[in-house]
Design a protein around this ligand. Structure first.
Ligand code: GTP
Ligand code: MG
Length: 664
C-alpha cells in the first residue's frame, strides 16, 4: 500500500483544522465532524487549543483513500508557532497550502509558499471558505499568480460563492480551455514535453497531460489549485482525488539501512517520552537498539503507527511511515535515527527574535520550573532555555506574546507552576566590524596566571550577511596535539564547537555572527616532556580567552531584528497611522495610494511589532490589515544595548581565571 505524508499549512485561521476534520469524515474515519469553535476536533486536542480555538502543536492523523495511507499533519498557522511547521517540513512528501477565499493571500501564506518551493515540496493549493460572504475566485487566482507563484492551474470552477451551498466542478477532458492552459503551463517547465507537443499537437492525449501534470506537481514545479469549503464539504472530494492522483507517494526500502528523523516529541500522561519519527529507509522494531546521531544507541520499547485516524500499537515501523517510538530518552527533535539523510537539516525560517526571563511566583518552585521548562524545550528546542550562572535566572527565546501566554498557561495547567515573565526584550546579534587577532603562547609550566599548556592564535573577520560563523584551521598538521585528538578532523571539530560556544556571547553579550574565525597558531606539550602534557581542556579553556581577545580588537556592532511590515489602511487614516508607526521607530520605505486605501511598506524593530498590531484597529476603524515578517538584522544607532552575561566573561582575563580556579 502506498503511503503519503501530507502537511496542511496556511496562515492562521485559514481552515486547516476544519479541513482536516472534513477529510477524516470523507474517508470514513469519523462519523461526526468536530468544530474548532466547539473544541471537539481530532487534531486540536490540547486543552489550550480547545480554549483558544487555534492550533498550537502539529498533530498527525491518518486515513486511507484508494489504497493510499495518508498521514496528515495539521500544523499551526499563527506565526508564534512557526517552529512547529519548521520541524514538520523535513518529513513531508507533499503539502496542501490552504488560502482563505475571503482573506486571500496573507503574510504567512507567502512565507510558507516560498519555503515549500525552496524545499521542492510538491504542493497543492486549496482555496477554502468559498461559502463565506466576500469569497472570490478569479481575482484570487490572479493574486495567487502574482504573490505566490505564476505556475498554477485551476483544476475546476467554483460557483455559488458566498452562499450556503457553493460547489466546485472539476474540469475534464472535454474542457478545451483547461487542456490548452495545461499544455501552456506544462510546456513551460519541460522541454521534452514542449518538443513532443510542437511535433504533433494531436499526439498529446488528455491522459498524457494528466500524467505530466502529476509528474511536474511531484517535482514541485507546478501547483494545481482547488476551491471549496471545509465547512460545507464543497470541493473536498475533488481535493482528495487531487491528493491521491497528483502527489507522489513516499519512497524508501523497508529492508534498507535504518534511517529516520524525529520531528515531534511529547510526554505521555505518566511522563514517558513519545518520539514521532518519519522513516525514510529500513524498519525499526520493538526491542531494537537504534543509533542516534550523537553516537549513542538506545532501545525502542514500543512502536505505534498511524492507521485509521490515530496511532495503534505495532511490532515495527517501516520506511515511508510515521511512527511513535517509546523508550528513547536522550533523543532530540531534528535528530536522525540510524543513518542521517544526506540533505543537511537547517533552519527554514528566521529564529525567534524575542526573549524573556521566567520567574516562579513561589520562589520554592525554582527547581520544578527548571525541570518543566527543560521538558518544554525538549518539545520546542527553539525556546532555547538558558540559565545564567550569575543570577540563576531562566531565559527563554520567543516568537511573540501569544507563545509567551501559551508557555505561561502550559506551566500552570500541566505542571501547576505559576510564573511571571520579565518584560519581553529583543534578541540582538553582534557582527565584527574589522579584523582582529590574538595569540596566547605555551608557558614553560602551568602557573596561576598561565594555567593552560597550549599555544592558540585566532583571527576573526567579518563575513557576508546571513552567513553565520565559519571556522577554519590554518596551522601546520604537526602542531596539532595528536596525543589528545586522534585526527585533524577531530581537532577541527572540537575547536569549532568551542569557538561556536564562545561566540554565543560577544562583547556586548549578544551572539556573534556573520564572521570567519581562523586558528592561526597552535602548539602543545606531548606527555613525555611534561607529564601529563597538554590536555583537551587546555584547548577548550584557553580558546575563549584568545577568541574574545581577537574579537575585542576587531570590534563589533550590535544589530537588532527588523521586521518588514505591509499595511493596508483606509486613506482617511493615513496621517494617524504614519505618526503612530513613526512613534514605534518604524522606517517607512514605500507608500502607495490605491482607490480609497493606502499601502505602506517599511521596517519596524521586532520589539515594536506587537504594539503596532494592537494599535492598528483603533487607528484604522478596524479596517487596517497588517502583514509582518522577519526582514533582517540592522545595526542599532546610538548606544549599543548589552545583554547580561550567562557566565563569567573571558574578556576579563583575571575574572575568567578566577572563575575557572573556583570551579576546580
Ligand atoms: N464559513 C467557513 N468557515 C470556515 C471554513 N473553514 C474554517 N472555517 C472557520 O474558520 C475558523 C478557523 O478555522 P480553523 O480550522 O481553526 O483554522 P486553522 O487554519 O486550523 O487555524 P490555526 O490552526 O489556528 O492556524 C473557524 O471558526 C472555522 O469554523 C469554511 O470553509 N467556511
Ligand atoms: Mg488549526
Amino acid at each position: 500500500m502506498d503511503i503519503l505524508n501530507l502537511g496542511i499549512v496556511a496562515h492562521v485561521d485559514a481552515g486547516k483544522t476544519t479541513l482536516t476534520e472534513r477529510l477524516l469524515f470523507a474517508a470514513g474515519v469519523i462519523d461526526e465532524i468536530g468544530k474548532v469553535d466547539d473544541g471537539n476536533t481530532q487534531t486540536d486536542t490540547l486543552t489550550l487549543e480547545r480554549q483558544r480555538g487555534i492550533t498550537i502543536k502539529s498533530a498527525v492523523v491518518s486515513f486511507v483513500i484508494d489504497d493510499v495511507t495518508i498521514n496528515l499533519i495539521d500544523t499551526p498557522g499563527h506565526p508564534d508557532f512557526i517552529a512547529e511547521v519548521e520541524r514538520v517540513l523535513n518529513v513531508l512528501d507533499g503539502a496542501v497550502l490552504v488560502v482563505s477565499a475571503v482573506e486571500g493571500v496573507q503574510s504567512q501564506t507567502r512565507l510558507l509558499m516560498r519555503t515549500l518551493q525552496r524545499l521542492n515540496i510538491p504542493t497543492l493549493i486549496f482555496v477554502n471558505k468559498i461559502d463565506r460572504a466576500g469569497a472570490q475566485s478569479e481575482p484570487l487566482l490572479r493574486s495567487i499568480a502574482e504573490r505566490l507563484t505564476p505556475a498554477i492551474i485551476p483544476m475546476g470552477s467554483a460557483s455559488g460563492l458566498g452562499t450556503r451551498s457553493p460547489s466546485f466542478a472539476p474540469y475534464g477532458a472535454a474542457d478545451a480551455d483547461f487542456g490548452s492552459r495545461l499544455i501552456d503551463l506544462l510546456a513551460d517547465h519541460d522541454d521534452a514535453f514542449l518538443a513532443s507537443y510542437v511535433d504533433d499537437e494531436s499526439t498529446v492525449s488528455y491522459r498524457r497531460l494528466r500524467g505530466e501534470l502529476a509528474a511536474q506537481t511531484g517535482k514541485g514545479l507546478v501547483h494545481p489549485v482547488f476551491f471549496g469549503s471545509a465547512i460545507t464539504g464543497a470541493g473536498v472530494d475533488e481535493l482528495i482525488s487531487g491528493i491521491t492522483e497528483l502527489l507522489p507517494a513516499a519512497e524508501g526500502d523497508v529492508d534498507g539501512p535504518v534511517s529516520g528523523v524525529v520531528f515531534k516529541i511529547e510526554r505521555a500522561q505518566g511522563g514517558e517520552k513519545i518520539v514521532y519519527i518519519r522513516m525514510f529507509s529500513g524498519t525499526v522494531r520493538v526491542r531494537d537498539q537504534v543509533q542516534l546521531s550523537q553516537g549513542k544507541g538506545e532501545k525502542v520499547t514500543g512502536v505505534s503507527v498511524f492507521e485509521h485516524g490515530s496511532a495503534v500499537q505495532r511490532a515495527s515501523v517501516a520506511a515511508g511511515r510515521i511512527g511513535r517510538l517509546c523508550g528513547l530518552r536522550e533523543v532530540r527533535i531534528g535528530e536522525a535515527i540510524g543513518e542521517p539523510r544526506t540533505t543537511p537539516e537547517r533552519n527554514h525560517f528566521a529564529p525567534p527574535t524575542l526573549e524573556t526571563v521566567v520567574v516562579p511566583s513561589r520562589p520554592a518552585d525554582k527547581g520544578v520550573l527548571h525541570v518543566a521548562l527543560t521538558q518544554l524545550a525538549e518539545q520546542d528546542p527553539l525556546i532555547n532555555l538558558r540559565q545564567d550562572d550569575i543570577r540563576q535566572e531562566l531565559h527563554v527565546s520567543l516568537y511573540g506574546e501569544v507563545q509567551k501566554e501559551v508557555v505561561g498557561a502550559t506551566l500552570a495547567n500541566d505542571y501547576g507552576i505559576d510564573v511571571e515573565f520579565h518584560e519581553t526584550t529583543t534578541i540582538c546579534v553582534e557582527r565584527p566590524i574589522g579584523v582582529g587577532a590574538a595569540v596566547e603562547l605555551l608557558p614553560k609550566a602551568r602557573s596561576p596566571t598561565t594555567p593552560f599548556l597550549a599555544t592558540i592564535g585566532m583571527r576573526i573577520e567579518p563575513a557576508a550577511l546571513g552567513s553565520g560563523v565559519q571556522f577554519g584551521l590554518d596551522v601546520k598538521v604537526g602542531s596539532i596535539p595528536t596525543h589528545v585528538y586522534k585526527t585533524v578532523e577531530a581537532f577541527h571539530e572540537a575547536m569549532e564547537r568551542t569557538v561556536l560556544e564562545t561566540l554565543r556571547q560577544g562583547i556586548y553579550g549578544w551572539e556573534v555572527t556573520d564572521c570567519t574565525v581562523t586558528m592561526t597558531d597552535c602548539d602543545y606539550l606531548a606527555p613525555p616532556r611534561r607529564w601529563p602534557g597538554t590536555t583537551a581542556s587546555d584547548f577548550r579553556l584557553l580558546t575563549p580567552l584568545v577568541l574574545m581577545g581577537a574579537l575585542k580588537r576587531a570590534g563589533t556592532v550590535v544589530c537588532e531584528p527588523i521586521h518588514r511590515y505591509h499595511l493596508e489602511i483606509p486613506s482617511d487614516t493615513f496621517g494617524a497611522t504614519v505618526s503612530a508607526t513613526a512613534r514605534l521607530d518604524a522606517v517607512p520605505q514605500t507608500q502607495e495610494m490605491r482607490g480609497s486605501s493606502y499601502t505602506l511598506v517599511g521596517g519596524i524593530p521586532a520589539a515594536r511589532v506587537h504594539e503596532l498590531q494592537q494599535q492598528l484597529p483603533a487607528l484604522t476603524h478596524g479596517e487596517g490589515l497588517m502583514e509582518c515578517e522577519f526582514g533582517s538584522y540592522q545595526p542599532i544607532r546610538g548606544k549599543s544595548p548589552t545583554r547580561p552575561r550567562m557566565d563569567y566573561n573571558p574578556l576579563d582575563r583575571e575574572e575568567y581565571l578566577l572563575h575557572l580556579m573556583r570551579r576546580v
